[in-house]
Design a protein around this ligand. Sequence first.
Ligand SMILES: [Zn+2]
Length: 284
Amino acid sequence: MQTLREAIETARAKGIAIGHFNVSDSNQFNAVVAAGVATTLPVIIGVSEGERKWIGVRNAVALAAAARAEGHQVYLNADHTYSFDGIKEAVDAGFDSVIFDGSHLSMEENSAQTRAAVEYARAVGNGTLVEGEIGRIGTSSKLLDVPPEDMDKNLTTAEEAATFVKETGVDLLAPAVGTMHGRLKSGTEPKIDIGRIKLLREAAGIPLVLHGGSGSSDADLAAAGKAGCVIIHINTDIRIAYRKGIEAALTANADEIAPYKFLAQGTQAVREITEKYLKLFAGQ
Ligand SMILES: [Zn+2]
């Protein structure tokens, strides 16, 4: 099976993006794997610090190993990690990639801490890729009343991207290009700055990652992939699908107590929305 680095190269050569989907439990995990199998496309499964705490770091690695043993192209990412200990734990456990998120720090401090994460991953030698993050994307995967503060004033510049990559040696870069984490309740779509993605891809010299894909238009997401975002993150929409599916199942049959029955509808909903996004990112 291809390493994540190779899978990214393949996607770049084809001009498509790989879908990254966050999960909190094994049902969602299996649903994302099933979507990858159905579309014959690779999937990256992300677990943030909160999601990792719930599902378990070793459990997540074991689930990915089980899927791979069946021949499925599944990669595991330690999403938004705020401490060196968190990076260390994920690298040691054998994650395919980790994200050190120092975007709330000063550029100097972010660079220094991201550099430490890169050095650690290289020293361990598991091949774990390291992603860095600059600019403001927000930190939530919830339904929001208003956009995060200062969103549009903090889009990443070409100079920031070039300097950050040079100073840290990261493999992947998550810049701020107009998307946000979470989704607005009003349904207002964020506008992705496609021109900026092209500029940053050029300046950074490494593949970009688009965070906060939920809530953007399909056209914007497809264009972002073509412009240089080789990985696109979807979290909030996965959570909404799961919750709504389970709710519908329990509403339809209030006396149901078998978890594998009332959870099935949520799992199916996650699989369907994942397939939709995978096909969109692959230009199908
Ligand atoms: Zn993110």
